[in-house]
Design a protein around this ligand. Structure first.
Ligand SMILES: Cc1cc2nc3c(=O)[nH]c(=O)nc-3n(C[C@H](O)[C@H](O)[C@H](O)COP(=O)(O)OP(=O)(O)OC[C@H]3O[C@@H](n4cnc5c(N)ncnc54)[C@H](O)[C@@H]3O)c2cc1C
Length: 257
């Protein structure tokens, strides 16, 4: 089975985020594999072990993305591909990323493409479905289970806490939801082996794409942090007095009643 995983490098949301010059400051931040993409990598490895074939992890990013791709190889993926857009593109959006990934995948005869349900930073959940649309293959999002028998694929997907079972066929794109599996940690032998596994680097040129072909369709107008929370106020006195003061504050200060 020819399996591809779409992997995004994201900054760790445990990091303290600051905004400088209208952009999220990345200096000194810790970068990780998007957590939903870890489920995608794990599922791809398990399906390959069950059905045979190969797992290739693909990412659109920059030179730094090699680190996360090596981690995916250490987990057990067979090959990695980095489409390095650092020198070609300043601004990108979901259209850009999906177009590049679809262009890379169009002649790969993928049986299964697995992405994350959503990136924990950009968070649009658009890339997977957009890639599938461009490749003209079916897609199922937020999956929590996948079973493949011949060409028949049975999937359970999470629908806001409920489950939906879907039967479909290969070739197919799915996006991983939390609960799909428990992603493994790379083992020491895995890390050693990963150093020798192929990691190819491509640029837009190699995909016969010009900058205009992938120009973003959206513009980020402003990025800002939520306003700092003010300290709460503790009312004093007996309960009757507190209730009177609260009603007064709601009327005069908060102006909500
Ligand atoms: C060089 C560079 C410049 C950028 N400039 C801007 C900018 O100017 N403005 C801006 O808003 N954003 C910018 N970005 C971020 C980027 O455009 C979006 O984050 C990206 O399109 C994915 O959208 P999302 O985060 O909503 O992903 P989602 O659609 O939420 O991600 C869902 C899934 O799609 C897959 N996926 C997402 N991104 C990638 C990827 N890069 N490679 C492989 N698979 C992926 C993963 O499987 C992921 O789990 C830039 C990124 C790069 C690499």
């Amino acid at each position: 089975m020819n399996i591809y995983v779409l992997m995004k490098r994201t900054f760790d949301t445990e990091e303290k985020i600051s905004v400088q010059g209208g952009k999220i400051a990345e200096d000194g931040a810790e970068f990780i594999i998007n957590p939903y993409d870890e489920y995608a990598i794990e599922e791809a490895i398990q399906l390959r072990d069950e059905h045979g074939g190969e797992v290739t992890v693909v990412s659109v990013g920059n030179e730094e993305t090699e680190k996360q791709l090596r981690t995916a190889l250490a987990m057990g993926a067979d090959k990695a591909v980095l489409v390095n857009v650092e020198d070609d593109l300043d601004e990108t959006d979901q259209f850009t990323t999906a177009k590049i990934l679809a262009e890379y995948l169009k002649d790969k005869e993928a049986d299964l493409i697995i992405g994350g349900n959503v990136a924990i930073d950009g968070g649009s959940g658009q890339v997977g479905p957009r890639v599938a649309e461009q490749l003209n293959i079916p897609y199922v999002t937020t999956i929590t289970s996948i079973k493949i028998e011949g060409d028949t694929v049975t999937i359970v997907r999470d629908v806001e806490g409920d489950s939906e079972t879907i039967e479909t066929s290969l070739p197919l794109l799915v996006t991983a939801q939390q609960g799909l599996n428990d992603p493994r940690y790379p083992s020491l032998p895995g890390i050693m082996k990963a150093k020798k596994k192929p990691l190819d680097e491509l640029e837009l040129d190699d995909l016969d794409l010009e900058e205009e072909d992938v120009e973003p369709k959206t513009e980020t107008v402003e990025i800002y942090l939520p306003p700092a929370k003010e300290a709460g106020r503790i009312l004093e006195g007996d309960v009757d007095a507190q209730v009177r003061e609260l009603v007064d504050l709601l009327r005069k200060e908060a102006k909500v009643i």
